[in-house]
Design a protein around this ligand. Structure first.
Ligand SMILES: Cc1cc2nc3c(=O)[nH]c(=O)nc-3n(C[C@H](O)[C@H](O)[C@H](O)COP(=O)(O)OP(=O)(O)OC[C@H]3O[C@@H](n4cnc5c(N)ncnc54)[C@H](O)[C@@H]3O)c2cc1C
Ligand code: SF4
Length: 430
């Protein structure tokens, strides 16, 4: 059987591994290790925070969740990603939203793949019974303001979800779907998972990729494959490409997130399913979201967790920025800042209508967790989903391929894209 090396086990990588195992003998190389949900008591950590004041800083995040990595962009924004089996899907909030309009505009029709996903992944929007009173009120206010809020489709096994609100710390109840489900299916069918191995570059001989160089414990080794698929995420894949001599486009997008919060006694949003509904605006979305990152690391979030109610703005940012082996450069453009400000005003209007005073409103830390867009697909690649600059037997299958920022949850669309790429790779094998 031909062999395939898949780099990364997140949304894109796990999907390709599952789809290709059997046609190829698959090896998944993953930089991180096994993922474990945070099992500690949040109240204890909150007591530590209260006692020590600005005791926490971002470098201490691995104390709580070793798989969560945070990088600074150099422009006041922090980037959050998952580094471990399941990639960033393990720390996601479970939103499953189809966002393929830009792909469709380039001529890529993923209808069949989305239909398959609907059969394979438990997705439902019927969770209003788990909402707390402030969320219900926010929903009604958004309706009254003509913002057309919609309950969010969730990749969640409904019967197991308690609405505990810990999705981004890893679901402790096994309710949330993440890409480890696909990864385990691939392993059951015979795929090999090699964790703790960071791929540096791919190696070319006679115009073909013959394998990848991966490091572990100070040793680097060549993993050979007939087919290579890079799915190291929107920040990981461009670095591997550049270290292999392939230029990427300086079109990084990240979907910046800013929370607009207020004091609300016993709101208990920290113990509620995150992002239960979404308001879609032209350049951003708004959704109720307790921002653990701001709560633990931003001095402005000084109230106790149970007494904060917060609305998230997630922006579709301009595709402008770069990640390289030297780090991330992602300045927000004036236009991005103006749109964020528009979002802040919209959130203030919602909170005002809910009886909250402007003086009690405070913002969170600007952060982002949807990197992608540095090897965008265009009409030219709409049939092959393969760029000419890559060797014939090497594909990319992650958010790097997005033509434009989504300003929306990307997982479902990455899964669909990865499924299509897998189909093309299977045809390649034949
Ligand atoms: C807090 C948070 C919540 C989110 N919630 C949602 C949500 O509810 N819904 C949604 O649709 N999206 C959500 N997202 C975004 C979503 O999780 C990511 O956009 C998506 O997982 C990206 O998929 P990917 O395959 O491109 O990369 P990832 O899922 O990030 O996978 C990349 C993998 O590659 C590995 N890797 C990286 N570099 C290397 C290397 N050199 N060698 C080997 N392995 C490597 C990483 O360890 C990782 O496992 C959220 C993001 C964050 C940060
Ligand atoms: S709300 Fe709690 S139980 Fe439900 S998916 Fe999120 S972490 Fe799991």
């Amino acid at each position: 059987m031909k062999t395939a090396i898949i780099v990364g086990s997140g949304a894109g990588g796990a999907t390709v591994a599952r789809e290709l195992q059997g046609t190829y003998q698959v090896t998944v190389l993953e930089a991180g290790g096994p993922f474990h949900p945070f099992a500690g008591n949040l109240a204890t950590i909150e007591r530590l925070k209260t006692a020590a004041g600005p005791f926490f800083n971002r470098r201490q995040i691995p104390w709580i969740l070793p798989a969560m990595k945070v990088d600074a962009t150099g422009d006041g924004m922090v980037l959050v990603k998952g580094m471990g089996e399941g990639g960033t899907t393990t720390i996601c909030t479970g939103n499953a939203i189809r966002q393929d309009h830009d792909l469709k505009a380039t001529g890529i029709d993923l209808d069949a793949e989305f239909q398959e996903l609907a059969r394979e992944i438990p997705i439902h929007s019927d969770h209003e019974s788990l909402w707390r009173a402030p969320t219900r009120e926010a929903f009604s206010v958004c309706e009254a303001l003509g913002l057309r809020p919609q309950p969010t489709p969730k990749m969640v096994r409904r019967e197991r979800c308690t609405g505990c609100g810990r999705c981004i710390l890893g679901c402790p109840h096994g309710a949330k779907w993440d890409s480890r489900d696909y990864l385990h299916e691939a392993i059951e069918k015979g795929a090999e998972l090699v964790s703790g191995h960071r791929v540096r570059k791919f190696v070319i001989e006679d115009g073909r990729a013959i394998g990848v160089a991966a490091s572990s414990g100070g040793r680097t080794r060549l993993y050979r494959g007939d087919l290579i698929v890079l799915a190291a995420g929107g920040l990981g894949t461009p670095v591997i490409l550049q270290q292999s001599g392939i230029e990427c486009r300086p079109t990084l997008s990240v979907d910046p997130v800013l929370c607009v919060a207020t004091r609300w006694e016993k709101a208990l949003q920290s113990h509620e399913m995150p992002m239960p509904f979404i308001v879609q605006k032209e350049h951003f979305i708004i959704s109720p979201y307790f921002d653990f990152l701001s709560f633990f690391f931003d001095r402005r979030w000084r109230h106790s967790a149970g007494d904060i109610f917060s609305l998230m703005i997630k922006l579709a940012d301009a595709n402008s920025g770069n990640v390289s082996p030297e780090g991330v450069r992602k300045p927000l453009l004036e236009l991005d800042r103006a749109r964020l400000e528009e979002g802040v005003e919209c959130c203030r209007a919602i909170l005002r209508r809910m009886g909250k005073k402007d003086a009690d409103v405070f913002l969170g830390t600007l952060n982002a967790g949807h990197p992608g867009g540095m090897l965008p697909l265009t009409e030219k690649e709409s049939r092959t989903l393969h760029h000419d600059c890559l060797p014939d037997n090497l594909y990319v299958a992650d958010a790097s391929l997005f033509p434009k920022s989504l300003g929306n949850p990307p997982i479902l669309t990455i899964l669909a894209l990865a499924k299509r790429i897998s189909r093309l790779c299977r045809e390649h094998a034949g």
